[in-house]
Design a protein around this ligand. Sequence first.
Ligand code: C2O
Ligand code: CU
Length: 470
Amino acid sequence: MLWLGCVGPVAAQTSLQPEGWDRGLKLPEAVDTNPDPHVVEVNLEARVAPVEIAPGQSVEAWTYNGGVPGPLIRLRVGDRLIVHFLNKLPKPTTVHWHGVRLPIQMDGVPGISQPEVKPGESFTYDFTVPDAGLFWYHPHVMSAAQVGFGLYGALLVEDPNEHVGVPDELVLVLSDMSVGTDGVMESPEAGGSIANMFGREGTNVLVNGRKHSKLVVRSGAPQRWRIVNVAKSRFFNLDLGGVPFRQIGGDGGLQEYAVDHDTFVLAPGERADVIVTPRAEPGAEMTLRSVLYYRGFGTIEGRFPFDDLFTIAMADLPPNADVRAPDTHRSIEPLPVAGATAIDLEFTLVQGAEDPEYRITGARFTRDKAVTAQLGETQLWTVTNKSAWSHPFHLHGYFFQVLDEHGVPVKPMAWKDTVNIPFEQTVRFIVRFDDRGGSWMFHCHILDHAEAGLMGMVDVGIAHASHEKH
Ligand code: C2O
Ligand code: CU
């Protein structure tokens, strides 16, 4: 069997990059303590620790295993993941596995999936990863504060049968952090309720926890970037000076077919799987930037037009000779719109008793206002954003397919768990709930917005006394 793996594009399995090309951006990986090849067992400890975000610039951050981001957890599709989590923070926390289709008991939402993990306590997460793709983990307690302080990490589920043919890969965790000149993190409440309404963006833009790193690459050699935006409010709008981003996938693994983009927007919570092939003379440099993105009233005015993320320097090597653009295909079955139950939600911003508050369909969230679904039910959700700011909507535990204005899945088809709902616009998507019952959260992934009211839940397979009356 083993030699079969060598049939086909053998060359594609060998790195085309110079030795140490990704040193500036390589993520530390979690150590698997389990000898079973299909079980990944890791220790994860949340603790306050100093991290260096730039040479000579250290910050006391909230970390997983002492780093920002936390360790990359790498598995293969179908593997079982066991995480021995220990909370050494001064506050309670949990770990939510963003995008993973797991049982509700493992979803990390306090009061629903599990109790909060108090300081000094531990909790064991144990589930199987059914889908290939890039996922991520973060707390679900005081999320805006805890994510802003540095608690996030990437979870990469690989599919050995996925033949993308690009041997050189990077996992890129995009984030930001607000640090004062004294090296102390800014209060997550700075700016009060007005800042909640906008969503606070950190002042230091980081890639894999660093400012201004450098890759040293071979011209013409393709690189596969698995990207996640974990920032609590910031949208990234990537620009590599005209080098196209060939997108092959998103939240839920590969998409139907590849598409080239000149610039590329990633809302908080979203992932992208892209291939970039920088070409230039040896010694030349280019910079990956994030260009300002208009996500609603007052979000770009008076700001610097871009942030530099990292530099790509061309090694003194002959360029890669193979100029074919790698291509991928995946067939995705459209979920049937006919017969789907209609669910309508409206996001508004109203003046509450004291502060402006976000509302979902006119109400503050309460348990008895939950959306309900039967096990196995297909639903067509129409989410209308009537506020002046865009909201990246995230549903826990399930993937959906975004529909266009004719009710047909957006092309190329893709599985998503997070989709931006631009200000004053409507987005529709179709979702099929399976046999994993429970109360699954949905919320804006601008975490200040979630805490200011943009969160709710869908009760899957749970009888509701109040609903049975109708
Ligand atoms: Cu990524 Cu409820 O979160
Ligand atoms: Cu929002």
